[in-house]
Design a protein around this ligand. Structure first.
Ligand code: 4AD
Ligand code: MG
Length: 428
């Protein structure tokens, strides 16, 4: 018998085939059992009619339980009733492995219960759709940089210093010294772009986020391009082209998944350049008009980001924040502000990109390191980059999970990564 995947079913109309799959649901009426099968590549219904199978097979189809693994043989029939356009007229069903008391039933479960069973929850059709969208986002990221002359340069995970402030560092013993899990590969990409011109790294990053929000994980994936001889405005051009590409690739390749997730696809189709660009001062004005009284000079939090994003139906780039609210490495622009940019996703999904132009002058950089009470000794290698042919350069970091949340329309980042790490979650 020809063993096939559900995704290939259309090539076998009226032919007899065998499928290996899990039973995700079942319906019965008298002489018929309708087995809803999924094999990871797709979903299809097998119809077990009493007159077409042996007594043993009919009895098995009657008592088979949710998430049992099975081998089903039968003929592929066209039907308009199913989304996939086909069903199987079963002639044989074999049990591979039973499944007693599967914890996740078609009824509603709370988020805590589902997170405890994340290893099983992943099998549900919505979670599978999210995994697929995530995969497509990651593929699009790699394709974009490959097509734009970038070289992938891997950054280390064990690092001697902070990149994004010392309050969210995970510390670990590294033989006889202290090491920290990387918060960002940026500093290493600054070294790499002097070697390859356009560099990017893509990997897990770690932050001991002590607040429980719907946008923060303690372990998340970030992609970080860094380009030599680039300024803040070219950096925004790159970020805009990059995000447009990712969104349109997902729209093109993930329509069935977005439909499963009940995502409003027209909102994503609209994500085309140019994106709005506003200065920090203009963002403050918007907030004040909307009744939010964040003083000029303070950083924005999730609430402010959401308020600003309501004004636009595309991602908005907010640039030139006050130096005092940004990391030590930013270049000071002529207007005294930091040459930085944050990209805020529409529909209240928050900041997806943070980046900007780096300080290339060694004395100014040293002064910032001291001002922010960082240890200059751990940055000696980084300061070297400003000693030997220092050039203007810029880059940014895009958080994968926030991007998945936005494109899939998910209210919490815990569903955007296969096995989320949160302040109160280390298992499974
Ligand atoms: O704005 P951030 O902190 O920027 C940096 O780390 C720079 N060093 C990047 C660079 O210029 N190379 O983080 C970048 C992005 C945020 O916009 C957000 O999307 C994501 O990383 N992010 C998080 N995602 C999930 N959980 C967290 N705790 C996150 N912290 C940041
Ligand atoms: Mg940021």
């Amino acid at each position: 018998m020809k063993k096939i995947f559900i995704a290939d079913i259309k090539n076998y109309e009226n032919q007899e085939i065998t499928l290996q799959a899990w039973l995700y649901n079942k319906r019965s009426s008298g002489k018929l059992h309708f087995l809803q099968l999924r094999d990871g590549t797709g979903e299809i219904q097998a119809v077990v009619f009493k007159g077409n199978v042996s007594e043993d097979v009919f009895a098995l189809a009657d008592k088979i339980t949710q998430e049992s693994s099975v081998e089903v043989t039968g003929t592929v029939k066209k039907t308009d009733r199913a989304k996939i356009g086909f069903e199987i007229d079963a002639t044989d069903v074999k049990l591979i492995c039973g499944s007693e008391d599967y914890p996740i039933t078609p009824k509603e479960h709370g988020p805590h219960f589902l997170m405890e069973h994340r290893h099983l929850w992943l099998r549900s059709l919505k979670q599978k759709a999210i995994l697929r969208v995530r995969h497509r986002i990651i593929k699009s990221i790699r394709d974009f940089f490959d097509n734009h002359g970038f070289t992938l340069v891997d950054a280390p995970i064990f690092t001697p210093n902070a990149c994004e402030g010392s309050t969210t560092l995970f510390e670990t013993d590294y033989f006889d010294q202290k090491a920290y899990l990387s918060q960002s590969g940026q500093l290493y990409m600054e070294a790499a772009c002097a070697a390859v011109g356009k560099a990017y790294c893509f990997g897990p990053t770690f932050r001991a986020e002590k607040s429980k929000t719907r946008r923060h994980l303690t372990e998340f994936w970030m992609v970080e391009p860094e380009v030599a001889f680039m300024d803040i405005f070219e950096d925004m051009d790159l970020a805009e082209e990059f995000v447009e590409y990712i969104v349109q690739q997902v729209v093109e390749h993930c329509r069935p998944e977005l439909e499963t997730l009940e995502r409003d696809i027209s909102k994503l189709e609209n994500i085309k350049r140019p994106f709005p660009r506003i200065s920090y001062d203009e963002a403050i004005e918007i907030l004040h008009k909307k009744g939010n009284d964040t003083p000029n000079g303070e950083d924005f939090g999730g609430d402010e980001e959401t308020l600003i994003s309501e004004e636009f139906d595309k991602p908005v780039m907010i640039h030139h924040y006050p130096m005092s609210v940004k990391a030590f490495y930013f270049k000071q622009a002529e207007n005294g502000k930091a040459a930085c940019v944050d990209m805020i996703a529409p529909e209240g999904y928050g900041e997806i990109i943070g980046g900007g132009q780096r300080e290339e002058d060694i004395d100014k950089l040293m002064a910032k390191i001291k001002e922010q009470n960082l240890n200059p000794e751990t940055f000696d290698w980084y300061l070297d980059l400003r000693k030997y042919g220092s050039v203007p350069h810029a880059g940014f970091g895009l958080g994968i999970e926030r991007t998945v949340a936005w494109l899939c329309g998910l209210s919490h980042v815990r569903e955007t990564i296969p096995f989320p790490r949160l302040m109160d979650r280390l298992k499974p």
